[in-house]
Design a binder for this molecule. Structure first.
Ligand code: FAD
Length: 437
């Protein structure tokens, strides 16, 4: 039944799955599926090779749990950083950006700040991907489906037809318009959050010297820090086995509702250090030390998606950033992509899941994941407001701010994605008792 002009199937499999997009989410998903010999898994990436930028990515306890469940823990542990003793449980320390005053710390017992260098993490999970699954230079330009199959078309004129197509193709997803046709749902485009993020990496030793030269504590280099102020904040955490410190400095335009990015402006640009220093003029000695160590920052216009009405249309589903792109203020985007990957891979690996009932399985996935991922989107945006003294009912009241920071991550972190699997399987038993199990 499955016709495939790109990749020849040599033996019949229970299910054929095409994944569009080989970022952290798509690769982790492909690795998990590829462990089941009954699944034919093909991954299509637009770029000529897997690639991630040389920046850090931070994981909360829920993301670390998803990594374990995906069987990627060994790969992860080899490259992961954590907060140095005696600060092992510290996710971030929070400080006033104007004078470095310590406000509080958010604690994640047993996990602390678990972070990786993005490119290293992608390499580590790619190493678990069997040969022959990944296809490069395959930019998806459209998806269509019939009763028995779904087909992705690529810009090189080739096609892939399988039982399902999964769009893990990022915020500018080419699969999304098929799931949410514009004539029915309107044009869905990412919107600028109003925030620019200046990014850079600093050799740890350089930062320690710079901090001490300004009279600040050297430990601020390796213990993860957030410096907070009106419409601005700066975060730092170590990566690459503590050889480097990852820095992101944010500024948000709250002068008008829904600010627009100037027409034609690139989302990511190299900018001058002077521009970044100017934005944080008057900030504390530690903040000056950090920013002065970044001679060539890049500036990212942070975009997000509105909460989508649905993620699934019959045999086609979007996941990760394609479905719920968010601002990075809770360090939660990659974690949600990994939770998605674990939940769907487990459902598709169930022997009861076959071509004739796979749309019901995708629908069960959407049911258990939709409200959580939308809440993560919403609260990620709100977190930026809180950090920048603009939180509703909080503003610049530091006592309220501290209360909020000490508890706001609990619901996000204390989540076991396996419970989503159980909930989905329960609903499937109930709704598809004729075909399932
Ligand atoms: P992506 O990483 O966007 O991957 C999509 C892939 O699809 C890419 O490889 C792309 O080339 C490919 N592709 C795109 N279009 C096509 C097409 N048409 N055909 C074929 N292939 C295609 N998350 C965290 O959890 N913690 C953090 O600390 C964190 N910090 C962040 C900081 C910043 C500044 C930003 C912008 C994001 C941050 N995130 C963070 C979010 C995180 O980067 C993403 O959620 C994560 O990378 C997972 O994304 P994904 O795999 O769904 O999509």
């Amino acid at each position: 039944m499955v016709a495939n002009s790109t990749v020849a199937n040599t033996q019949p499999k229970r299910l054929s799955i095409g994944i569009i997009g080989g970022g952290i989410g798509g690769v982790a998903f492909a690795v998990a599926l590829s462990r089941d010999s009954q699944l034919d898994v093909q991954l299509f990436e637009a770029a000529p090779q897997f690639s991630e930028i040389g920046a850090g990515v931070s994981f909360g306890p829920n993301a670390v749990k998803a990594i374990q469940l995906l069987g990627l823990e060994n790969a992860y542990q080899r490259i992961a950083d954590s907060s140095p003793a005696p600060f092992e449980d510290v996710w971030f320390e929070w400080r006033r950006g104007s004078d470095d005053t310590y406000l509080t710390a958010s604690l994640a017992p047993g996990v602390g700040q678990s972070s990786v260098h993005r490119a290293d993490f992608l390499d580590a999970i790619v190493a678990n991907l069997p040969e022959g699954i990944a296809h490069f230079g395959k930019r998806c330009i459209g998806v269509k489906q019939g009763t028995d199959s779904a087909t992705a078309s690529f810009d090189d004129g080739t096609h892939f037809t399988g039982d399902v197509i999964i769009g893990f193709d990022g915020i500018k997803s080419a699969v999304r318009p098929h799931v949410l046709p514009p004539e029915q749902y309107g044009e869905i485009t990412p919107f600028w959050s109003g925030t620019y993020a200046y990014r850079g990496m600093i050799p740890t030793r350089d930062l320690e010297i710079a901090l001490e030269a300004k009279g600040s504590e050297k430990r601020l280099a390796l213990v993860p820090q957030m410096y907070l102020g009106k419409d601005r904040h700066i975060l730092t955490f170590p990566v690459k086995q503590s050889q480097l410190v990852n820095v992101v400095a944010f500024i948000t335009d709250r002068s008008i509702p829904n600010p627009k990015l100037p027409e034609g402006e690139e989302w990511v640009q190299a900018v001058s250090q002077a521009e970044m220093l100017d934005v944080f003029a008057g900030w504390s000695p530690a903040c000056q030390a950090i920013l002065e160590c970044i001679p060539e920052p890049t500036r990212w216009a942070l975009h997000e998606l509105p909460e989508l009405a649905r993620y699934q249309r019959d045999r086609v589903l979007i996941m990760g950033e394609a479905a719920h792109a968010l601002v990075p203020h809770q360090g939660a985007g990659a974690g949600q992509a990994l939770e998605d990957a674990y939940v769907l891979a487990t459902l598709l690996a169930d022997a009861s899941c076959r071509s004739h009932n796979v749309s019901t399985v995708l629908s069960a996935f959407e049911q258990v994941r939709h409200s959580r991922t939308c809440k993560v989107q919403r609260t990620s945006h709100e977190a930026g407001d809180v950090y920048e003294y603009a939180g509703e009912g909080i503003g610049d009241d530091e006592a309220e701010l501290i209360n909020n920071l000490e508890s706001r991550f609990e619901w996000l972190w204390n989540h076991d994605p396996h419970e989503d699997v159980i909930a989905a399987k329960n609903s499937l038993k109930f709704e598809t008792s004729e075909n399932w199990g």
